[in-house]
Design a protein around this ligand. Structure first.
Ligand SMILES: Cc1ncc(COP(=O)(O)O)c(C=O)c1O
Length: 364
């Protein structure tokens, strides 16, 4: 992240200390509170200026990522992922870069590190910034000690559903650049805020509860996405939740590493990784290509009370934009992946590690 003159984004109210702590934790000049990770991505992309242009996104990730691109007026270009870690593949990204590309969103998928430095080297000649989406990864640190979320030109984290700090809403944009922080605050204060924000939130909710999520990209295209501001209820809960997360971080991380290592012992499981540095694998994941073995694995986990998920389906219509490539590796991973649901809470993760060790150790 490029350095600029230090300038603290003001965070009014009694919670301002926690924003000082967040700035210190991430070591960046500006920590801008936003309504959600999706909103943070959208606002950061608006600030970059992606309207009418292309944004590279990984083909295997949460739909919030291409949705945010659409909401910023851009066109998502899906790019294939690496077989090693399921994050943006460097060769495929190099092939997808051209003068139409305004930004790359590098997602640290499941908390495993995207190759942000190498992506910035590829994108540099195109004058194209790299946005690090660390919604699933914050709390982790790269090999040199830099926190996840600060490796790109701008970073985004989420306090949404099932995230490391789980408040069901809220997020942060992380930047050293005063102009980016200023743009985001100005967008949040735009005169349409109160009315459009309410319409967006209510319409989004209605689409979700009536199972019409497929219409969300169209809503995003016309109205932008979700609420802009950090919600009041989450502002109240953030100080305690953040401090607990940080206090437990070392313990949570070692329990998570144990979970990853235990999963890798299951016969036929191919782990993601390597988890270099001090990364925090949010959903420890393995690939099991053989259908029967994978079903047996999931059944074994279920019998032990461990929740396994199959994230993510490859991004498809109506989220696919201009110049998307065929993404065979994303399809191979999506067919074979199993993720284990964890919380970033130390006691629960240590309990999960123990359960997995008993269950899988017995059959390995
Ligand atoms: C990689 C990634 N980016 C962005 C988001 C969006 O975050 P939020 O749910 O806070 O909008 C998510 C949420 O699941 C995510 O996993």
């Amino acid at each position: 992240m490029p350095r600029s003159a230090p300038h603290a984004t003001s965070s009014p109210g009694s919670d301002s200390d926690v924003f000082d702590e967040l700035r210190a934790f991430f070591g960046c000049a500006h920590v801008v509170p936003v309504g959600s990770g999706t909103t943070g991505l959208m606002l950061a992309l608006c600030s970059i200026g992606v309207h009418g242009r292309v944004v590279i996104v990984p083909a295997l990730t949460c739909v919030a990522v291409p949705l945010a691109v659409l909401a910023a007026g851009g066109s998502p270009r899906l790019v294939d992922v690496s077989p090693a870690d399921g994050n943006l593949d460097l060769g495929a990204t190099a092939a997808a870069l051209d003068g139409d590309v305004a930004a790359i969103v590098a997602v640290d998928g499941f908390g495993y590190p995207a190759p942000v430095d190498a992506l910035r080297a590829l994108a540099g000649p195109y004058g194209c910034p790299v946005l690090e989406d660390a919604c699933q990864a914050y709390g982790g640190r790269a090999a040199g000690g830099a926190p996840a979320g600060t490796l790109g030109d701008v970073g985004v984290i989420s306090f949404g559903y099932a995230k490391n700090v789980w408040l069901n809403a809220g997020g942060l944009v992380l930047t050293d650049d005063a102009a980016t922080a200023g743009d985001i605050v100005a967008l949040q204060r735009a005169p349409d805020y109160a009315l459009l924000s309410a319409v967006r939130s209510r319409t989004t909710l209605r689409l979700v509860v009536t199972n019409r999520e497929a219409l969300l990209p169209y809503l995003a295209r016309w109205l932008g996405q979700l609420r802009y501001g950090f919600p009041a209820a989450q502002r109240e809960r953030l100080p305690d939740a953040w401090r607990t997360f940080v206090a437990e971080l070392d313990e949570s991380r070692s329990a998570l590493v144990e979970v990853v290592e235990t999963l890798a012992r299951f016969p036929g499981a191919q782990p993601f990784g390597p988890v270099a540095g001090d990364w925090l694998p949010w959903r420890p994941s393995v690939r099991i290509a053989d259908d029967e073995v994978r079903h047996a694995f999931v059944a074994t986990l279920a019998a032990a009370g461990v929740v396994a998920t199959r994230l993510f389906p490859v991004i498809g219509s109506p989220y696919v934009g201009r110049g998307s490539q065929p993404c065979p590796e994303a399809h191979r991973i999506a067919a074979a992946i199993v993720n284990v649901k964890t919380s970033a809470r130390a006691a629960a993760t240590a309990q999960l590690a123990e359960t997995l060790s008993h269950t899988l150790g017995a059959i390995a």
